[in-house]
Write a protein that binds this ligand. Structure first.
Ligand code: MSP
Length: 464
């Protein structure tokens, strides 16, 4: 991060389906980082939104019997409501059907066209609507089945426009090698480098002659702009003039778009690279990919209604290292809820407040030592959220252990000593509350409130 500013983007979600826990995972991570940097005094800009054009959305709208724009708006509002319910505080929510975004996309393409970066040619290929992408036959399973969507891809032939992606191959490889283009984790950086080193890039088909639901090609109104180009440009159109981003978060399924097409478009348009692109892992549910057919799609808002927003925020980032794939299971969620949240943290706060009341100790926020927790900060800055939470829980565990050893509930011979002990625990709890704030903002505020008022209430009520 450049000093003083932190501009973070997430992928923008397709509006063909409602938000699920995988979409929430990425936006929550961006929220944690935004809150962390805001707290550190940085000027933060958190951009997210919805991806509303293309065949996939058009077909979903037809199925719902609603005009595409109305359909897109309706589903987009579902995303916005979900993020509000999960306490995700973005600064700007972009919808790719907004006229200012559409205008930006047209101007950008026109510039590339004028610069000679775009040409017209015939395209014959096999298209996967699910991926919104032309596929190579070698990438597909027998019968032209897309390995991701398990659906037959369609043979398409059309006269369309191409972006000269191939001419950026060497520049991209050089940028990745010299770390002018930073891609993390390392395994993905290596993967993309190998991909580029293996064979020549093909130019990118950037328009569609048979898809109506999209932004019109400015110099040829019979065609629409390829939805991925339209979508990627949200990062510029939504940036309110503060590009480059400090960090772009995306899932591993879309990292080639972001590690090849996106930087090439930036080079062609004369823009800087983002400071970092980070690829997070995928969440499965009970070991399976989420799918409507299997019926295992988890709605994060419903989950938060049962367990609380903060419990969900905690679980998702404690359980799995952010760059790795992870599995969600209610059993493990409940286990962590009981052990880490209700027992370790909740009981610690209650015990300390009840005992402090007994000894008439008033908590004074001015007395908190200004302790620095470099290791925890470093873990958050490196996106090692599970490490950061483990380190915070080590403080919780130590505090619980100290109480069990001191046994302050027994009759005390040295009252001053026990008062001092409890005061230090009150301070430790305030520090824990501060450290938890980016992850669990409501819990953090509740903890401070309880410390201030001396009224102990269960932070995580027991579930039946
Ligand atoms: N619209 C494109 C992104 C365009 S960005 C210029 C898209 N949309 S999506 O709705 O399919 O996915 C949005 C984000 O959610 C992606 O980063 C994707 O990787 C992520 N996830 C979707 N399912 C996920 C899981 N099961 N687990 C974790 N992240 C997941 O792709």
């Amino acid at each position: 991060m450049e000093r003083g500013r932190f501009f973070i983007t997430t992928a923008i979600d397709y509006v063909n389906a409602a938000p699920h826990i995988g979409h929430a995972y990425e936006k929550l991570a961006a929220d944690i980082l935004s809150r962390y940097w805001r707290k550190r005094g940085a000027e933060v800009f958190f951009l997210t939104g919805t991806d509303e054009h293309g065949l996939k959305v058009q077909q979903a709208a037809i199925k719902a019997n609603i005009a595409p724009k109305d359909f897109a708006n309706k589903v987009s509002l579902q995303y916005q409501a979900a993020w509000t319910a999960l306490n995700i505080k973005y600064d700007y929510f972009i919808q790719t059907t907004q006229p200012n975004h559409e205008k930006f996309v047209q101007d950008f393409l026109q510039k590339l066209y004028d610069l000679g970066e775009i040409y017209k040619d015939e395209y014959r290929g096999i298209y996967c609507i699910g991926c919104e992408e032309y596929k190579m036959i070698e990438e597909l399973e027998p019968g032209q089945i897309c390995p991701i969507h398990k659906k037959k891809c369609e043979a398409v032939s059309e006269n369309i426009y191409f972006f000269k992606l191939s001419k950026y191959q060497d520049q991209l490889m050089e940028a990745i090698q010299s770390k002018k283009l930073v891609i993390e984790p390392e395994s993905h950086r290596n993967e993309i480098f190998q991909f580029l080193a293996k064979e020549p890039l093909r130019d990118l088909a950037i328009s569609r002659s048979k898809v109506d639901w999209g932004v019109q090609v400015p110099w040829d109104k019979t065609q629409t702009i390829y939805v991925w180009v339209d979508a990627l440009l949200n990062y510029l159109s939504g940036s309110k003039g503060i590009w480059p981003a400090s960090l772009q978060l995306i899932g591993k399924d879309i990292f080639r778009f972001h590690a090849v097409i996106w930087p090439a478009l930036l080079l062609a348009g004369g823009y800087e690279f983002p400071e970092k692109i980070f690829i997070h892992g995928f969440l499965t549910v009970n070991g399976q990919k989420m799918s409507k057919t299997i019926g295992n799609v988890i709605d994060p808002v419903e989950l938060a209604k049962v367990y609380g927003v903060d419990a969900l925020r905690y679980f998702l980032f404690r359980e799995v290292p952010f760059g790795s794939d992870g599995d969600f299971s209610i059993d493990r969620f409940e286990k962590r809820y009981r052990a880490d949240l209700a027992n370790d943290l909740g009981n610690l706060l209650q015990r300390v407040i009840v005992l402090s009341n007994k000894y008439k100790i008033k908590w004074d926020s001015h007395g908190i030592p200004k302790t620095k927790y470099h290791e925890i900060d470093k873990a958050i800055e490196d996106l090692r959220f599970s490490d950061a939470l483990s380190l915070i829980w080590a403080i919780v565990t130590d505090a619980n252990r100290a109480i069990d050893m001191e046994k302050p509930w027994q009759t005390q011979t040295d009252e001053e000593k026990i008062k001092k002990f409890l005061t230090s625990l009150l301070h430790t709890l305030a520090i824990i509350a501060g450290l938890l704030e980016p992850f669990m903002p409501d819990t953090s505020h509740k903890m401070i409130d309880q410390l201030e008022t001396g009224k102990a209430e269960p932070l995580f009520p027991r579930k039946k």
